[in-house]
Design a protein around this ligand. Structure first.
Ligand SMILES: [Zn+2]
Length: 217
C-alpha cells in the first residue's frame, strides 16, 4: 500500500514537473524573434543583441527557401556547446549613414559566472558564421553590414537553454541586455484559476490575482 502511494506520488510529481515546462510545439517565428532580440535606442545610437540559440534556426529555416533539415542539423551540431550572438552598436545618422561603434567590455553573465567571448574557434564555426553573415545582410540591409558575431562557451553545468528556467545578461559598452528564461514564445500559455484568463507561459503567478497559474490541458 505504502509502495503504491509512493509510486503514485512519484508519478504525480513527474507529470507535474513535465507539464510545468509544457513546450509550445509550434512557436511562431515573429514571436520568437521578439524574445530573442533586445534593442536599446538612445538618440542616434542603437544597440541591438540577437541571441541565436538552435531553436531560432529550427523555426526560422523550417519554412524558408534558404533552409533545409540538413542545414538545421549542421548548425545544431556545430553550435551544440556554444552560444551565438549577433551584436550591433551604431550611430544611425540621417546624412552620413550608419557609423559602427567598437564593441568593448563584452561579457556574458550567467549563474554567477562571467564569460568572455571566445577569441578563436573551430574552422566549422568560422565557416558557419561566414555562411550566415550574408543572410543577415540580406535581411537587415545596411544595418546588416555592421553586425558582429560573437561566440561564447556553453558547455558548463547549467548551460543556457531557451526552455530552462534561468536568466542571463549580455553586457557591452556600458549597456546590459537581460534575458529571462524560459522564452515565453516557447512555452504554452497558462491559465489563471480565478478568472480563467490566459497569461504568458513563462510566468508562475497571475499578475492580477497572485494565484499560481495552471497549465492549459
Ligand atoms: Zn488572475
Amino acid at each position: 500500500m505504502i509502495k503504491k502511494t509512493i509510486v503514485l506520488t512519484f508519478f504525480c510529481f513527474y507529470t507535474l514537473f513535465s507539464f510545468s515546462q509544457d513546450k509550445n510545439q509550434n512557436p511562431d517565428l515573429m514571436t520568437l524573434v521578439k524574445d530573442l532580440i533586445k534593442t536599446e535606442k538612445t538618440g542616434q545610437n542603437m544597440k541591438q543583441v540577437w541571441w541565436l540559440p538552435n531553436i531560432y534556426w529550427e523555426v526560422a529555416l523550417k519554412d524558408s527557401p534558404l533552409g533545409s533539415q540538413g542545414l538545421i542539423d549542421e548548425i545544431n551540431s556545430i553550435f551544440k556547446d556554444y552560444s551565438l550572438f549577433v551584436i550591433l552598436d551604431a550611430e544611425l545618422t540621417a546624412f552620413s549613414g550608419i557609423n559602427k561603434n567598437e564593441i568593448s567590455n563584452l561579457e556574458l553573465k550567467v549563474n554567477g559566472k562571467t564569460l568572455k567571448p571566445l577569441e578563436s574557434y573551430s574552422d566549422d564555426i568560422q565557416g558557419m558564421i561566414n555562411a550566415l553573415r550574408p543572410m543577415f545582410s540580406k535581411m537587415l540591409g545596411e544595418v546588416g553590414e555592421n553586425i558582429e558575431f560573437f561566440v561564447f562557451d556553453n558547455s558548463f553545468e547549467n548551460a543556457i537553454s531557451p526552455l530552462k528556467e534561468s536568466q542571463f545578461s549580455l553586457n557591452f559598452n556600458d549597456s546590459n541586455f537581460e534575458y529571462n528564461l524560459p522564452l515565453s514564445s516557447l512555452v504554452s500559455e497558462k491559465i489563471c484559476p480565478v478568472d480563467n484568463k490566459r497569461h504568458n507561459g513563462s510566468w508562475k503567478y497571475c499578475p492580477f490575482h497572485g494565484e499560481t497559474l495552471m497549465q492549459d490541458n
